[in-house]
Design a protein around this ligand. Structure first.
Ligand code: PGA
Length: 231
């Protein structure tokens, strides 16, 4: 079964979250998760759907202002977390080491994890895609191995929020490379929309999608879930 995860980033407060879930009826035959911002987690969990956080700390508690721990998320009814999204790597100092520590703590606590990797445009153009992916994936693999609760999201940074999607061939090649390093399901992320979801999800090794912008709208997110359910 494919996994479709909606990453809401810093959009949708509790009121908008309730409105979304009142209308959201995903099809069967697809594993659907929604990752709202922290303030909307309570409203999202109340819907009865599978909810992930967008980040999780490696300590169970402590003096870490602004962070949240895996046991706290579990107590809220959260089932998993995104870790190492490129926006966290780019703007909040997330490193391969902190991504590995967060992933390990979350999996040990019983959360599922979507750990994100992906190269920037400069890295791709400099022929460094495989090098970058290798460093990012091996850091996670060395820390947690091919854990049952772990999924990798391949998100080329140049495709995130840009409307520029990797071609199905580029996605297939990158996914095969990631799987050669760590044998876990791999989601594609980066400007996934109802119009391109079907052909991306049809590629070998594309086990689902991490959807940003198009997950905010009930109709477009449902259409992507339908495309995954029909595979
Ligand atoms: P996008 O974001 O679908 O808006 O490109 C994807 C992501 O950042 O996970």
């Amino acid at each position: 079964m494919k996994l479709i995860a909606g990453n809401w980033k810093m959009y949708n407060g509790p009121g908008e979250t309730r409105e979304f879930f009142e209308k959201f009826e995903p099809p069967s035959g697809v594993d659907v998760v929604v990752c709202p911002p922290f303030g909307s987690i309570g409203a999202a969990v109340a819907s009865g759907r599978t909810i992930f956080a967008q980040n999780v700390h490696w300590a169970a508690e402590g003096a870490y202002t602004g962070e949240v721990s895996a046991p706290m998320l579990l107590e809220l009814g959260v089932a998993g977390a995104i870790v190492g999204h490129s926006e966290r790597r780019q703007y909040f100092g997330e490193t391969d080491e902190t991504v590995a520590r967060r992933s390990l703590a979350a999996l040990d606590a019983g959360l599922r994890v979507i750990a994100c990797v992906g190269e920037s445009l400069e890295e791709r153009e400099a022929g460094q895609m495989e090098l970058v992916l290798r460093l990012q994936v091996e850091a996670i693999g060395e820390s947690v191995g091919a854990h049952d609760g772990l999924v990798i999201a391949y998100e080329p940074v140049w495709a995130i929020g840009t409307g520029r999607t990797a071609t199905p061939d580029q996605a297939r090649e990158a996914h095969a490379f990631v799987k050669s390093l760590l044998d876990v399901p791999v989601l594609y992320g980066g400007s996934v929309k109802p119009e391109n979801a079907e052909e991306l999800l049809a590629e070998d090794g594309v086990d689902g999608a991490l959807v940003g912008g198009a997950s905010l709208d009930v109709e477009s997110f449902t259409a992507i879930c339908r495309a995954a359910a029909s595979q």
